[in-house]
Design a protein around this ligand. Structure first.
Ligand code: FPP
Length: 234
């Protein structure tokens, strides 16, 4: 019997290369990437996943050209507005991981509203990692912990389980599987704490070319993996 992962994270990479390969501008790749994201969210919901985290925009992505950043933010807005009926029909809850304070005010508002509108839905949860960096999440977590524990001089004992409470979404289970497209073998600052024992599955395809069948293949392959969490074979 093969196990279905409860939580899958996806590093949606290769939009720019996809576009360049076709002689198109990078933003065309993001536009196609958005279509893939919609298809994969649907496939994940149908497959019975509980949580899907999509790496949409990292804390490092601000280094890109201003027009590319603006284009991606506009796509996020379009996605949040355009998919609301789909979330309602499928009882999908939208959540955010990342630093909302560093987002353009209008995008932060759209995101907050989408999270609010869907907060009681009990189907799959889609976590949009937006202005997200694993290191940034850990640093923000340390700051929250220190603020709660009365300043830097008296934090007291800090165990792993204590620190977890200060992550962006403390109630989420760790990702079981992280999928990355475009063939790169890096974590790129994605879910550093949460992904400690995630299984990785890398596709050579650029994100716009990634299909529902590729997603299903990753899920099926995950079912064959033996997870030991640092333990030994029995
Ligand atoms: C990585 O490709 C992709 C991004 C940084 C943007 C991801 C955004 C989307 C797929 C659209 C928005 C999606 C949602 C769900 C709102 P890259 O540009 O780094 O590609 P490259 O490595 O080939 O240059």
């Amino acid at each position: 019997m093969s196990a279905i992962p409860a939580h899958v994270g996806i590093i949606m990479d290769g939009n720019g290369r996809w576009a360049r390969q076709r002689g198109q501008i990078r933003t065309q790749g993001h536009l196609e990437g958005l279509k893939t994201a919609k298809r994969v969210v649907k496939a994940a919901s149908e497959a019975g996943l509980s949580y899907l985290t999509l790496y949409v925009f990292s804390t490092e992505n601000w280094k890109r050209a201003a027009d590319e950043v603006a284009f991606i933010m506009a796509l996020v807005r379009q996605y949040l507005r355009g998919e609301l009926d789909f979330y309602r029909e499928n009882r999908i809850r939208i959540r955010h991981a990342g630093d909302a304070g560093g987002l353009p005010v209008d995008i932060a508002k759209e995101l907050r509203e989408a999270c609010e509108d869907t907060r009681d839905f009990t189907g799959m949860q889609v976590i949009l990692a937006l202005n997200y960096g694993g290191r940034d999440e850990i640093i923000r977590g340390i700051r929250k912990l220190l603020a709660e524990r009365g300043g830097p001089d008296s934090p007291g004992e800090i165990r792993e389980a204590d620190f977890r409470r200060y992550l962006d979404n403390p109630d989420l289970p760790d990702p079981d599987l992280i999928i990355r497209t475009a063939g790169e073998m890096r974590t790129s600052n994605f879910l550093l704490w949460e992904g400690a024992y995630a299984e990785y599955w890398v596709s050579e395809k650029f994100w716009p070319d990634f299909t529902e069948d590729d997603f299903k293949a990753a899920i099926a392959q995950f079912g064959q993996r033996e997870r030991r969490y640092g333990g030994a074979n029995s």
